[in-house]
Design a protein around this ligand. Sequence first.
Ligand code: ATP
Ligand code: MG
Length: 262
Amino acid sequence: MKIAVSGKGGVGKTLIAGGLARGFAERGLKTIGIDADSSPNLGLTLGLSAEETRKITPISDNKQLIEAKTSTGYSGVYNLNFTVDDIVKQYSVPTPLGVNLIVMGTVRSMGAGCMCAPTAVIRALLRYLVVETNEAVVLDLEAGVEHIGRGTARQVDALLIVADSNLKSLEIAKHIHDLASEAGMKQLYLVGNRVMNETQKQAIQSFTDKNGLSLLTFVPFDQKVIEADMLGVTPLKNREIEAVSTIDNICELLLKKTESQA
Ligand SMILES: Nc1ncnc2c1ncn2[C@@H]1O[C@H](COP(=O)(O)OP(=O)(O)OP(=O)(O)O)[C@@H](O)[C@H]1O
Ligand SMILES: [Mg+2]
């Protein structure tokens, strides 16, 4: 099972990606979380400290290793020879929530240029990664449509698009949906996050109905999520937070959906 989480900036992608990865790991799946944001912070959500997160060697620094592993030596010819075990042993770091974390990479200096190379590494990794039924990969994407345009998430089984009731985030969700759909991706689901009341639910519901998006579920707004993030403690550790248990339920929904598509 490979899942990617996309959406406008600040809508809750990292919280949801982290919650799903934790949920899969707890259900016994060997799980990799990939932070594909050039401002990486999935580590914090998976229970690492800010210092530990900062120290992670990004996968872009392992470009040579990845190429050596996937290339047959003939230009443009590759082996399908990545396993989740390879990744876990060689490239990822363990986190307190049981998820193995990979970080794509960041910008090192002003004028260092674009993120094309690190993005290409993640795309190759997903393309050549063989994920068994007892394994899961959750990709936390950078905000907006850049990764979608680059096809980073083309190889996933399901793309979650996170939005709140703000029309701007819903418009970006629709843009992501339309791009992914045109590219032939089938399992596209909208998650309505930070929902405070029925009016917000209805706003999200009527937008998805009108624009042909498939609404998976709503995640309630919870002040405790904000408070935990403020203190640098992952909200995922507190099971009493309703948003956290709702995100955990999304694991079940996705497992059922991908099973029925298999
Ligand atoms: N259900 C929720 N209830 C309350 N606060 C939430 C909820 N979901 C996310 N937040 C808050 O919204 C903010 C953004 O969350 P998060 O970092 O997960 O978003 P993001 O989409 O990954 O952002 P970015 O685009 O910067 O990567 C955080 O302060 C988080 O605490
Ligand atoms: Mg994020």
